[in-house]
Design a protein around this ligand. Structure first.
Ligand code: URA
Length: 245
């Protein structure tokens, strides 16, 4: 740009928000966060995204789940719907409630839940600032694997659950959650910690299948491998928070 007229140049700078263009100290001239926000706006789903609307949508979803004609309701005590911060960036999906979860109606409160809390600490996330649910809403008797029918019955509701929470990042705990939501048949040992994309209705989000905490309790040697993967996940999340312009 040729500066023929200083006054015009100053007016132009003021107009585009460059108030301080001669300075001895470096000044961040543009507010890149504004651009980031604009991008985020563009990425919003069709679901309203404010706290009150989310609460309403979740209440409505839970009511419809409660009405499902699922055989697991007969043998379980409580529906385990979800727990945590509904405005979170990070959602986690496990497999199915165990006995502690069945008693309390909350996901991941047993031994596997304690280990999950440690895994979250590794990526510097507090559990209460994440949102956690499962691909199955009721405890399968004797903690057996859920059947395909049970999975397929819950799946549309699980997908809607993710749409409503509208996270930026999704972690799938164990092979059943990862096969169900990534629609692939790859074994969890092959894909643990690999980054996939999960498609919401209007955007794609980063998604990582990882070992289920209950698997880690049975196979503690796998913790080291997972730890390294968690470092990569942490780096990705941190980098995505930084300005990229
Ligand atoms: N295992 C799961 O997959 N989900 C729970 O909620 C608890 C244990």
């Amino acid at each position: 740009m040729k500066i023929k007229n200083t006054k015009n140049f100053i007016d132009f700078c003021n107009e585009i928000g460059l108030k301080t263009f001669f300075s001895d100290i470096p000044v961040k001239k543009f507010n890149y966060n504004i651009n980031n926000n604009a991008l985020r706006e563009k990425n919003h789903t069709n679901f309203p995204n404010d706290n009150q609307s989310k609460q309403k949508l979740l209440k409505n979803l839970k009511e419809r789940v409660e009405k499902l004609d699922c055989n697991l309701k007969k043998t379980s005590t409580n529906l385990v719907f979800g727990d945590g911060d509904i405005n979170t960036d990070l959602m986690l999906i496990g497999e199915a409630p165990g006995s502690e979860e069945d008693k309390t109606g909350l996901p991941f409160v047993g031994q596997a839940g304690d280990l999950l809390n440690l895994l979250l600490q590794a990526i510097k996330k507090e559990r209460k600032k994440c949102y956690i649910s499962n691909v199955i809403f009721w405890r399968p008797p004797g903690n057996r694997n859920p059947s395909l029918d049970e999975i397929n019955m819950c799946l549309p509701f699980v997908k809607e659950h993710i749409e409503i929470i509208n996270p930026k990042f999704l972690i799938l705990l164990g092979s059943i959650a990862s096969k169900t939501l990534l629609k692939n048949s790859l074994g969890i040992t092959k894909i643990c910690g690999h980054k996939f994309e999960y498609e919401l209705s209007t955007k794609k989000i980063a998604c990582w299948p990882i070992f289920h905490p209950a698997f880690l309790l049975r196979n503690p040697y796998a913790k080291k491998e997972l730890w390294l993967k968690l470092c990569e996940i942490y780096n990705f999340i941190e980098e995505s928070y930084e300005n990229k312009f």
